[in-house]
Design a protein around this ligand. Structure first.
Ligand SMILES: [Zn+2]
Length: 212
């Protein structure tokens, strides 16, 4: 799902990782490159992200303190998750303390309104608590076995691989898988124009099966 929200209509947020906490971790894009891209560049943008992700049903107030807490939580989630994926050691006690501190707070309230519709409400602290709880359930639960990072160079988005064969490679077919396939096609066409089309079709079908 890709949405444009709130005070920054041209900004596009994407929710495709299958877990709220992973979509949140992906709000810093192109990690480890010379040009990382920060999507949460203001309190208003953080508020728009929460609404765009349907964590709350209506726009909520957000200040600079909330934004600082959000970035701290996001980085802790990212580092804990990537440690889980790579198996590398990290200062996980400090990171766990950050996630647990947010997770102990009251999460977003979910109620049925007078029309019988689901409504989510709460402060930005509650939004962060909901994200932290999702991270705790992911990292400490069975889905941790299916935690992956996108296979496209430069994309650092993580996702939960729910494919039957546990062979999903891309965070999203449209966002990354098709780009890799197109690049592969161009490369093969350059080296072997007689067989490029056939090979590309085979590669594409194979990878479409990987993703959802
Ligand atoms: Zn990707």
């Amino acid at each position: 799902m890709i949405v444009s929200e709130g005070t920054t209509p041209k900004r596009r947020f994407s929710f495709r990782s299958d877990r709220l906490c992973l979509d949140f971790a992906a709000t810093l894009m192109f990690r480890g490159t010379e040009q990382p891209q920060e999507l949460l560049d203001s309190p208003a943008t953080l508020s728009a992200w929460a609404l765009g992700g349907a964590i709350v049903s209506r726009s909520i107030a957000c200040n600079g303190n909330d934004l600082a807490h959000a970035v701290e939580l996001r980085e802790a989630i990212y580092r804990l998750a990537i440690t889980r994926i790579t198996g590398r050691a990290s200062a996980s006690a400090d990171l766990r303390a950050v996630v647990n501190r947010h997770g102990r707070r009251s999460p977003v309230a979910v109620v049925l309104d007078s029309e019988g519709a689901l409504t989510r409400s709460g402060s930005m602290a509650a939004v962060l608590a909901s994200i932290a709880r999702d991270a705790i359930e992911l990292l400490g639960g069975p889905d941790a076995q299916r935690l992956r990072q996108c296979g496209r160079d430069g994309c650092t988005r993580m996702f939960v691989d729910r494919s039957r064969g546990c062979n999903r490679r891309w965070c999203g077919m449209r966002e990354c898988g098709n780009r890799v396939n197109a690049a592969t096609y161009r490369r093969r066409k350059h080296h072997d124009p007689n067989h490029a089309s056939t090979r590309f079709l085979g590669t594409k079908r194979e990878n479409e099966g990987d993703d959802r």
